[in-house]
Design a protein around this ligand. Structure first.
Ligand code: BES
Ligand code: ZN
Length: 481
């Protein structure tokens, strides 16, 4: 009797196990050709719910999801997770929103700040951060460690902001419905138009055929480290943006853009005025003759052109040279696609031409040692700084139309540094006010470039007023660290 029970139990367990393996659990969209191929390979594990144009809504097993991932190395299929059959089918019929013309007005005006930022990008910091993230062993979204990874990044970003005395910066965890892993969002509040958002993002999770061993150094510790170093350089400059900047480390990208999809949807539902979004996913493998390959599908052409113009303007020669080209991913292969499908402008500058990228991703071999330096990622960090400064623009408090863009000011190494070379008129003095409006310094301006020591001042926000005469002055906010 006892024996029979045991046998029944074993039989039951076995049948439950095989039942569990075949149960479909994931609704998603993917390219039609990939869906057809997947269906051919795993007929019992995949159901094609609906087809439209070159996309399909599908319902498949967890195993089929993993099977897809392993094939990415061959020709790159991927899927976009959806909550239900209804959502998956609806996604096929979603049309991109019209983007208003005034949102397309990209300009290049912040040369002094951008050039200073380029010199500050530190390759070693990127390397250290990639190694730190690789060191978790895995950042697979469904493991408890993924929650620690997110909390630790929040702490790191908060420490960085406070090191530079930034009271305008906050970091929050964004909790999701479809994963236990939170995303991490740093917000640098805009000083003039805080309701306009400029966003950069990358994914914090990793995956591998052995999810316990998923170092994810290139995919995508590199993107997180790239953005972090850019922002650190902006903090070192005391850059105060007009628009709000958000830096996003998304959860659960590897299982169908889960984190970014929830965030982009919430932003769209709340009509958040997102000017544009740039994705940094895989930045540290130098696999092509060109440095940056702009992925031209599921991205916005105007934004892609702007990023290329930035490189033409700032990186055409010298130590900061960057070369670029374009290629196709052939599917919505990273979080930029979440923003694109909500009707926002998004771009995806990628480490190499598609196909020449790091072939170690999604495996235990995706380690920093494959590249050995962070030189390649540093180029993306520079592009990120250019994009953030030129899209969010630097703070301006009082406006004299002709003069205002000609006044560049930032702080570095205990000095306030100014450059007035582009100004059409001569300035006579510089006055520095503290946050209470108290004059803490007044000095004559004898040359169009110069600096004053800020070493004796406490950390915080100050106003630097450049005086032409009793009628005309330009004031800008500066942060002393
Ligand atoms: N970093 C990859 C995307 C990628 C891989 C772009 C190779 C270009 C070349 C990303 O993390 C990823 O793996 N994406 C999934 C698709 C996503 C919708 C789940 C993929 O490619 O399978
Ligand atoms: Zn990735």
């Amino acid at each position: 009797m006892k024996k029979l029970h045991l046998i029944t139990l074993v039989v039951l367990l076995l049948s439950f196990n095989s039942f569990a393996q075949e149960t479909k659990s994931i609704y998603a969209t993917m390219s039609l050709s990939d869906a057809l191929e997947l269906k051919k390979d795993l007929p019992d594990e995949v159901e094609i719910l609906e087809k439209r144009r070159n996309e399909a809504a599908v319902y498949f097993t967890d195993h089929a999801g993993h099977y897809l991932h392993d094939k990415v190395l061959v020709h790159g299929p991927g899927y976009i997770f959806k909550n239900s059959e209804e959502d998956a089918i609806a996604a096929l019929y979603k049309e991109a929103k019209e983007i208003p013309a005034n949102k397309m007005a990209f300009t290049i005006t912040e040369d002094v700040l951008v050039n200073a930022a380029l010199d500050l990008v530190n390759t070693q910091n990127i390397e250290d951060h990639i190694l730190e993230l690789e060191g978790y062993g895995t950042r697979y979204h469904a493991f408890p460690i993924a929650i620690d990874v997110a909390n630790d990044l929040k702490d790191k970003w908060e420490a960085m902001a406070s090191l530079y005395g930034r009271t305008d910066v906050s970091v929050r965890l964004y909790n999701h419905t479809n994963t236990n892993m939170p995303s991490v969002i740093m917000t640098i509040e805009g000083d003039v138009t805080p309701d306009e958002f400029v966003i950069v993002g990358g994914h914090l999770d990793s995956t591998s055929w052995d999810d316990n061993d998923a170092p994810g150094a290139d995919d995508d510790a590199s993107g997180i480290a790239t953005m972090t170093e850019s922002v650190r350089a902006l903090f070192e400059l005391g850059f105060v943006p007009n628009r709000t900047i958000e830096v996003m480390a998304y959860a659960a990208e590897e299982v169908g853009l889960v984190g970014s999809a929830e965030i982009a949807e919430e932003y769209a539902d709340n009509n958040v005025d997102v000017i544009s979004v740039v994705q940094f996913d895989m930045t540290n493998y130098n696999g092509s003759a060109i440095d940056v390959s702009f992925i031209s599908d599921y991205t916005n052409g105007t934004l892609n052109s702007f990023l290329m113009e930035l490189i033409d303007h700032y990186n055409s020669d010298g130590v900061h040279t960057i070369t670029y080209g374009t290629s196709l991913c052939n599917y919505g292969c990273s979080d930029h696609a979440s923003w694109t499908s909500e009707g926002y402008m998004a771009a995806f500058p990628f480490e190499a031409n598609f196909g020449q990228h790091n072939s170690n991703i999604h495996s235990p071999d995706d380690t920093f040692s494959v590249s050995g330096t962070a030189d390649h990622a540093a180029k993306f960090s520079k592009l990120c700084a250019e994009y953030l400064i030129e899209s969010a623009k630097s703070n301006v408090l009082s406006v004299d139309d002709i003069l205002v863009n000609a006044v560049a000011v930032f702080t570095q190494n205990g000095q306030l540094i100014y450059n007035l070379e582009a100004a059409s008129r001569d300035f006579t003095s510089i006055i520095l006010y503290d946050i209470q409006g108290k004059k803490v310094l007044e000095a004559p301006i004898i040359s169009k470039t110069g600096n004053v020591s800020t070493q004796s001042f406490s950390k915080g926000v100050y106003v630097a007023t450049f005086v032409v005469d009793s009628e005309t002055s330009v004031s800008k906010k500066v942060i002393i660290k």
